[in-house]
Design a protein around this ligand. Structure first.
Ligand SMILES: C[S@@+](CC[C@H](N)C(=O)[O-])C[C@H]1O[C@@H](n2cnc3c(N)ncnc32)[C@H](O)[C@@H]1O
Length: 372
């Protein structure tokens, strides 16, 4: 899976536990699916998942991990990915834009991305198979990039992983049905009925199109004009989500909650977001009873390594390394909210205990090795 700001990788087990505590959760709508980690985790539990995101690369991740049935596509995908791995490098748009004009990848890997992407176009694959192959390419490129996990900038010195050779792997697709949508969240909310809606919107001004413009251009393959040192697609200038705007997010959330046709809601939001806990509760109270659980969460790596000036020197201090992720549970029934809140709390407590035990074991092992 790609590196992604706001990814709920470590929260997936808690989200799965929460879903199981709703009285019905066989059909789940993930309205802001991003990497599809959450949606895939839910599909793995046998639920029917509908994953939506407004960006093309994220909708492609959803088509691969949620919509594509592994039993139908695994063999074809394995064969095609093996064939694509032997295509000869041929520098083109990607190499020029992201390896020469900007330095996100080494040119040897850029030339492979160009060649594989053109071959994918030439093959005109069925949509789900094409999504699996595109995800294989996106994830291969992500493993050899030279960034801190966002494409607002590339590293001054090449990251060590950038000199590895690009290697395509078959994505870990899941058997069974599912659906992927490529819509504005409000539109998806108004046209899909489900038991539970999982809602994980952006929480600050940083747009996902800007942060992951290379994936958007790689998936669309529209070879757009670019601008600035980061060489972003020009579309980044005008395409803004309401959920990235401090001024518009409240109305955006109100419209979204009004449009939703699901019985229960599970909302993820960060304590550093444009909307604080009390405001979110006030917005959600219109929909039913609201319960809140806060989970201590690691900040993304860009914040952990501090603030740097254009010469790559550290100039600022990191204010704090940990932040909180809130889960808001909403249902017309109070007892439902209470049992989902309890389920999340016990899942979080058990994970903390397990990680403390693992740390203790590691320490024990290390002190034994020192003694030897
Ligand atoms: C916090 S991320 C979701 C992360 C995801 N849960 C995961 O674990 O990978 C928010 C997502 O919302 C999407 N998004 C932003 N505005 C949107 C909108 N108006 N409609 C649909 N999706 C939107 C972004 O593209 C981004 O992928």
């Amino acid at each position: 899976m790609i590196k992604y700001i706001g990814s709920k990788r470590v929260l997936v087990p808690h989200i799965v536990r929460a879903m199981s505590a709703f009285p019905e959760s066989g059909r789940v709508l993930d309205l802001f699916s991003g990497t599809s980690r959450v949606a895939r985790g839910l599909k793995e539990t046998g639920r029917h998942v509908i994953a939506n995101d407004h960006l093309a690369y994220a909708a492609t991740l959803a088509r691969c991990y949620v919509q594509a049935d592994a039993d139908r596509w695994r063999d074809d995908a394995t064969r095609i990915i093996a064939e694509l791995s032997t295509v000869a490098p041929a520098p083109g748009y990607f190499t020029q834009a992201f390896c020469e004009d900007a330095r996100y990848f080494q040119p040897k890997n850029g030339a492979r991305v160009d060649a594989v992407r053109e071959e994918i176009v030439r093959r005109a694959l069925p949509s789900e198979l094409e999504a699996i192959v595109l995800v294989s390419l996106m994830e291969a490129a992500d493993r050899v990039d030279s960034t801190t996990g966002v494409q607002m900038a590339y590293l001054k010195q090449w990251a060590a992983r950038a000199s590895n050779d690009l290697q395509l792997r078959v994505p870990a697709i899941v058997p069974g049905p599912g659906e992927a949508l490529h819509l504005e969240a409000v539109e998806a909310a108004s046209c899909v009925k489900a038991d539970v809606a999982y809602i994980d919107p952006p929480y600050n001004q940083h747009s996902y199109m800007g942060n992951y413009h290379i994936w958007e251009s790689l998936v669309r393959w529209d070879k757009p004009e670019t601008y600035g040192i980061a060489n972003k697609r020009v579309q980044c200038r005008e395409y803004k989500s309401d959920f990235n705007s401090k001024r518009r997010i409240r109305q955006g959330l109100r419209d979204l909650f009004d449009a939703i046709r699901c019985k229960h809601l599970l909302v993820s939001f960060n304590n550093e977001g444009h909307v604080d806990r009390e405001e979110m509760i006030a917005l959600l109270e219109e929909k039913g009873h609201v319960g809140v659980v806060a989970v201590d969460f690691k900040r993304y790596v860009g914040a952990q390594i501090g603030i740097h000036n254009p010469r790559g020197e550290k100039v600022g201090r990191v204010s704090h390394l940990r932040n909180k992720e809130y889960f808001f549970v909403v249902s017309e029934r109070r007892d439902t909210v209470e049992s989902v809140v309890r389920a999340i709390e016990s899942s979080v407590d058990e994970a903390a205990l397990a990680s403390r035990a693992a740390r203790g074991k590691r320490k024990n092992h290390e002190s034994k090795r020192c003694a030897e």
